[in-house]
Ligand binder design. Structure first.
Ligand SMILES: [Zn+2]
Length: 726
């Protein structure tokens, strides 16, 4: 019979191993308390016989429990005692080793591309994370949840944040906070009264809110949000213009900035002064946008020397002030940060594409869409979110807070069953789990019908795991996240009802990993084939039907989630390989394919990739992303980029991104795709920027885990499959 060892691998259990382990304990007790060889053999036989009843491999813990029990039954109390303390000691040493590895940054695996695990903060964070994960697994979650997590069936994300009961991510209602001001622990902040203050406070609010949770923070319509503050700045500069150009001081509109007049208002009737005010306002705006980009790339506020994961959505505001903001954000993105104008990693820019707004020549913001494409060609950002996505149908055209917007990584707030409708502000993802489908395919003996039945069961258990965690999160006191509950950054909070009143508007995400490998196991082909796609749709329909039912029955926002699996794509594969070995087209690499994505090594054009993935993205309500890979030719091919984005939007893709190589020579600042050496200075110190999840990260060769590195190396350029490219 087989046992499962602590590292997940399997091994044959021999009688000799049982015998030897009892002998070790036996040798440590007083001579007159010792068992004879014959007695030890009898106990060994009893354990071995008890093991025969198991058809499946058994975890080593269970075998050790059994040995303990048999020792007691044979009245060998001292030996049993010795055996127990021997086990405890071994466990202590094991835990200690894991903990010291984290404290001294040994065996670093880059679980999260944006944490510096070698830094002091990173070491504390990783060590704490190890301890809190163990605690959650062993003392907090149910045996069902623990078994699913350990068996590589249903993965619990951010387990280190489980015990304290914090939640994942949030779209912050910046309109409210900037207009009303807000409280922090030490002070209160007055409402913003200029564009420079508003953008500075935006960075501050991002920072503070990100400490109330474990995931990302987003602004859902930053262009609209900033309109009043551009107006305030303009009014002030206009007043200054009157004073210094026209020598007019005694005017009765001291507080004109409170009147929220458009910069086009006929009130501003002096052309020369108006020109002055406009120049000053633009200068202020550009400076503060640059300041925001630098702030969000430098202020590492989380333990682990981690930047907050920030995202900004924009692109639909057609008011002159909103257009100014969009232009400044895009120009800032193109300009880059620092001495060498490197691509800024945060915030993740997301351009909101809408029919009649910015997608075609003649649309009021078409020029800005073109500028966005230029930025993408060079900086990978912005990504593109689809205002007209069928999954957001019914949103309020008069309220930009309900427009399609997303967290950079991909989590999405769908229609709220608890009354907030299509509101995106003040809501977010509460927590996700991910079903590792290839494991289920193996457990179902690679039989389609058995797999579907098992998947159904596991979707149900995933729901229970989320409910378990949701209840735990809801049981936390509001004072654990004062900034959030005192300032109403999460909507719906009623103090008398507890924090559940706010959390119930968030989403509970049932994710998935490795559709492509699952289909290979079940039918020997993936969803780039007709049969593969048919089965893929059947699988996704099941996910979707179940989530819709849970949402209705339990009055909570369950949704299908196409998981990023940044770390999981690798760790799940390692566990899978230990258990099932190398299977061709399934586990013959270092990573599982992201959610429903087409495998990264499949050669096809961008259009073909969009055609395939767009058939499945409609099942998701808790977030997904589709990306294509292009070569550096993208820089000179903005028309082609426009075609790709519009094609994706027309195919009803909710969230779309374009990957282009972005390498920077750290010696001279040269930027392009660079092979081994910089063509300009011959330097070999090259930063290679690549996308992970929906965000970017630093050099993938040092910041990514082995699985993601391997995935990057496997990626083909979809532009290679287009004959008229370049
Ligand atoms: Zn160089």
């Amino acid at each position: 019979m087989k046992i499962i060892k602590r590292n997940g691998s399997e091994e044959n259990l021999t009688k000799k191993k049982i015998f030897d382990s009892i002998v070790k304990a036996n040798d440590c007790v007083a001579e007159d308390e010792r068992l004879t060889r014959k007695q030890i053999q009898r106990i060994t036989d009893a354990v071995a016989e008890a093991c025969e009843q198991f058809e499946e491999p058994v975890h080593i813990d269970l075998i050790e429990d059994m040995i303990e029990k048999k020792l007691m039954e044979h009245s060998a109390y001292d030996v049993a005692k010795r055996y127990i303390s021997y086990r405890y000691e071994k466990e202590r040493v094991r835990n200690n080793k894991n903990l010291t590895d984290k404290l001294y940054a040994k065996n670093v695996v880059n679980q999260n591309a944006n944490v510096d695990e070698f830094s002091f903060g990173g070491r504390i964070g990783e060590a704490a994370s190890y301890v809190t994960k163990e605690y959650a697994l062993n003392h907090l979650i149910s045996p069902m949840a623990k078994a699913n997590h350990i068996n590589n069936e249903v993965y619990i994300h951010d387990l280190d944040a489980y015990a304290v009961g914090s939640h994942n991510c949030l779209s912050i209602p910046f309109d409210d906070l900037l207009a009303k001001g807000f409280n922090t622990r030490q002070t209160d902040i007055r409402p913003a009264n200029s564009i420079s203050t508003a953008l500075q406070l935006t960075a501050v609010i991002f920072q503070v809110q990100s400490l109330q949770q474990f995931g990302g923070v987003a602004a859902t319509h930053l262009d609209w949000t900033m309109v009043p503050y551009v107006r305030k700045s303009f009014a002030k500069h206009y007043r200054d213009g009157l004073k210094y150009i026209r020598n007019i001081e005694n005017i009765d509109w001291i507080n004109v900035e409170d009147k929220d007049l458009s910069i086009d208002d006929k009130f501003y009737d002096d052309e020369a002064v108006k020109k002055y005010a406009m120049d000053k306002t633009l200068h202020e705006l550009n400076q503060s946008v640059e300041g925001m980009y630098h702030n969000l790339n430098t202020l590492q506020s989380r333990s682990g020397n981690q930047l907050p994961f920030t995202s900004i959505n924009y692109g639909t505001c057609t008011l002159p002030e909103g257009r100014m903001v969009i232009r400044a954000l895009l120009e800032g993105s193109i300009k880059g940060v620092g001495k060498f104008h490197k691509t800024s990693i945060f915030p993740c820019g997301i351009f909101q594409c809408g029919k009649g707004i910015n997608r075609a020549p003649g649309d009021p913001n078409y020029d800005l869409f073109r500028l966005a494409l230029q930025s993408t060609a060079q900086r990978l950002y912005p990504n593109y979110v689809n205002i007209d996505w069928s999954g957001n149908e019914g949103y309020d055209k008069n309220d930009p807070r309900t427009y399609s917007s997303t967290m950079g990584c991909r989590t999405w707030s769908a229609w709220d069953i608890n009354g907030l409708g299509f509101m995106k502000d003040g809501r977010g993802n509460i927590c996700p789990v991910t079903i590792i489908m290839p494991t289920l395919a193996m457990e179902a003996d690679r039989d389609v019908e058995k797999f579907m039945a098992l998947l159904d069961k596991k979707i149900g258990e995933a729901k229970d795991m989320l409910l378990e965690r949701f209840d735990w999160i809801c049981s936390q006191p509001a004072k654990s996240a004062k900034f959030m509950y005192e300032n109403g950054t999460m909507y719906g909070y009623v103090p008398e009802e507890g924090i559940r009143s706010a959390l119930k508007h968030g989403s509970l995400a049932i994710g998935q990993l490795g559709l492509a490998e699952t289909l290979q196991l079940l039918i020997g082909k993936d969803h780039t084939t007709k049969e593969g796609m048919e089965l893929a749709k059947r699988i996704e329909q099941l996910f979707s039907d179940r989530c819709n039912k849970f949402k209705k029955d339990l009055k909570l926002n369950f949704g299908v989630y196409y998981t990023p699996a940044e770390n999981l794509c690798y760790t799940a594969m390692k566990k899978f390989q230990e258990k099932y070995g190398v299977i061709k087209n399934v586990s013959d690499k270092e990573f599982f394919t992201n959610s429903i994505h087409v495998p990264v090594w499949k050669k096809m054009s961008p259009f073909e990739k969009i055609d395939i993935e767009s058939q499945l993205t409609g099942y998701s309500r808790a977030g997904c992303i589709t990306y294509i890979e292009l070569d550096t030719g993208a820089k000179h091919n903005i028309d082609a980029l426009e075609t790709f984005v519009n094609y994706a939007m027309d195919k009803d893709i909710p969230y779309f991104a374009i990957n282009v190589p972005s390498d920077t020579c750290m010696d001279c600042g040269y930027q392009d795709e660079i092979n081994d050496k910089c063509p300009q200075c011959g330097g070999e110190h090259i930063q290679r920027l690549r996308r992970v999840t929906g965000y970017l990260t630093g050099d993938y060769k040092t910041a990514f885990n082995k699985g993601k590195q391997d995935e990057v190396e496997h990626r083909v350029k979809h532009s290679d499959s287009m004959k008229d490219w370049k």
